[in-house]
Design a protein around this ligand. Structure first.
Ligand code: GDD
Ligand code: MN
Length: 384
C-alpha cells in the first residue's frame, strides 16, 4: 500500500518537557481541523526528565490514526532549539510545515488560522505574531519583554527585516521556499534566519497571545543571548554578500570558471589514464571500449569535483545528485558534439589551421558547458 504524504508536518522541539508534552500532543490533535492529515514530529534532545520515553509510550498506547501520525527524533544531547527545528524539517514529509513550542506558550488553536491564512492569501510563510494589533504577551517579566523588544529592533534595523515579530518561534511555511538554502541553525531564532535567507517571499502575520508556561522552566540563558548575537552577525554578513557589487560578483564568476576549467583538465588526464589502463594494464579491451570507459570515468570525476569544489554543493541526497549527474553528462556529450562540429566547420569551410580550430572549439565548448552547468545543473545565478 502506498502511504500518502501528510498535508501538514508539525515540529515540536522538546527539552525537559515531561509535564507538557502529552497534553500538547493531545491539544494539537484536537485543534487540527478534521480531514487534514498531519505528521507531528517531536525532536527531543535526550531530556534528562525522560520526555523522549514519555512520547514513545504515548505513541504506543494511543489508538493509531493513520491520518495523524507522531514521530520522535531522539538526539544525543541538548543541541539548541534552532538545530532541533532544522532536524525536524529534514524529516518532514508534508509540503506545509508548522513549528511550535511544546509548553503551551504557542496555542494550538492558532494552527487552523495558519492553514486558513495560507489559503486566503496564497502566502509562503505565516508568522504568529505578538507585535501586531491583536497580539499580546502574558506572564513575562518586564526584563524579558525588554530583551525581546531589543532583539526585535536589532533584527529589523540591522538585517532589514520587515516582519513585525521576527523573533517569533511560532510559524508555518511551505517547504519549497527552503529548497536551495543552507542554514546555520545557531541559537534560538530559526525564523529570523529563514526571513533573512528567503527575501522576496510572501509573508503574512496573524496575531496571537504568547502565554508564559505553567510547567517546567524556560531554557533561555546567557549562552542563548550570545548565540543570538553571533547569529545576527553571520546573517548580516550573509545579507551583505547577497548585495555584493559587480566587482565582487565578477571575481567570483571567474574564479569559478577557473576551477571548472582546471577540473576539465584533470578530466583529460583521467580519461587518458583509464583508457590506457583498460587496453594495456587492467584488462585487454578493444581500444574503443577502453576509451568509452575512459570517457565515462572522466565525466564522473569531473562531475564530483565540480560539485564539491567548483560549485561548493555538499548536498549529496540521492535524487538531487542523480538528476545533477544526468544533466552534467548530457551537457558533456553536447559539448563534445559542439566541439566536433565547430572543428569541422572551421577547418573545412573556413580554412582555419587545425590547432587553432581545436583551441577555439575546446574553449567554446568548455565555456558554454560552464554556463549551462552553473545555471541548470547547480542552479546558480549566472553572474555571481
Ligand atoms: N530539542 C530541543 N533542544 N528543544 C529545545 C531546546 C534544545 O536545545 N531548547 C529549547 N527547546 C524547546 C523547549 O522544550 C520548548 O518546547 C521550546 O523549545 C521553547 O523553549 P523555551 O525555553 O520554553 O523558550 P522560551 O519560552 O524562553 O522562548 C520562547 O520565546 C521566543 C519568543 O521570544 C519560545 O517560544 C521561542 O520559540 C520564541 O522564539
Ligand atoms: Mn517557553
Amino acid at each position: 500500500m502506498v502511504q500518502k504524504n501528510p498535508q501538514i508536518s508539525i515540529i515540536v522541539p522538546t527539552y525537559n518537557e515531561s509535564q507538557n508534552i502529552v497534553n500538547i500532543l493531545k491539544s494539537i490533535r484536537e485543534n487540527v481541523p478534521k480531514g487534514i492529515s498531519t505528521q507531528t514530529i517531536v525532536v527531543d534532545d535526550n531530556s534528562p526528565d525522560g520526555t523522549g520515553k514519555i512520547v514513545e509510550d504515548y505513541i504506543s498506547n494511543i489508538k493509531k490514526i493513520t491520518e495523524n501520525t507522531i514521530d520522535v527524533i531522539h538526539r544525543k544531547a541538548k543541541n539548541g532549539l534552532s538545530s532541533a527545528i532544522l532536524n525536524g524539517i529534514q524529516n518532514a514529509k508534508a509540503e506545509t510545515i508548522v513549528v511550535m513550542d511544546s509548553d503551551f506558550s504557542h496555542p494550538p488553536q492558532i494552527i487552523p488560522k495558519m492553514i486558513e491564512t495560507f489559503k486566503q492569501y496564497q502566502c509562503d510563510l505565516v508568522v504568529a505574531s505578538r507585535y501586531i494589533t491583536g497580539g499580546n504577551i502574558q506572564g513575562w517579566t518586564t526584563k524579558r519583554k525588554l530583551m525581546s523588544k531589543i532583539a526585535t529592533i536589532i533584527a529589523k534595523k540591522g538585517l532589514d527585516v520587515k516582519t513585525k515579530d521576527p523573533m517569533s518561534g511560532f510559524f508555518a511555511f511551505k517547504k519549497n521556499i527552503i529548497q536551495e538554502l543552507n542554514f546555520d541553525a545557531l541559537g534560538y531564532k530559526f525564523l529570523l534566519e529563514l526571513l533573512v535567507k528567503t527575501k522576496g517571499i510572501n509573508v503574512k502575520e496573524i496575531p496571537y497571545t504568547f502565554e508564559n508556561r505553567q510547567f517546567g522552566s524556560s531554557k533561555l540563558d546567557s549562552s542563548t543571548i550570545i548565540d543570538y548575537f553571533k547569529s545576527v552577525w553571520k546573517l548580516y554578513r550573509h545579507g551583505k554578500i547577497q548585495a555584493t557589487n559587480e566587482k565582487r560578483n565578477s571575481v567570483r564568476f571567474f574564479s569559478k570558471a577557473a576551477r571548472f576549467f582546471t577540473v576539465g583538465a584533470s578530466g583529460f588526464l583521467v580519461n587518458y589514464l583509464v583508457s590506457m589502463l583498460f587496453t594495456a594494464g587492467l584488462a585487454d579491451f578493444w581500444y574503443i571500449h577502453a576509451n568509452i570507459f575512459g570517457i565515462m570515468a572522466s565525466i564522473t570525476s569531473n562531475f564530483v569535483l565540480n560539485k564539491i569544489w567548483t560549485f561548493e554543493d555538499r548536498d549529496f541526497s540521492r535524487k538531487k545528485t542523480l538528476s545533477q549527474f544526468g544533466k552534467f553528462s548530457m551537457f558533456s556529450s553536447l559539448g563534445a558534439l559542439v566541439q566536433l562540429g565547430m572543428v569541422f566547420w572551421l577547418v573545412d569551410s573556413h580554412d582555419v589551421s587545425y590547432p587553432l580550430a581545436l583551441i577555439s572549439a575546446i574553449a567554446t565548448a568548455a565555456f558554454s558547458n560552464f554556463i549551462l552547468n552553473k545555471k541548470l545543473t547547480f542552479k546558480e545565478k549566472l553572474w555571481n
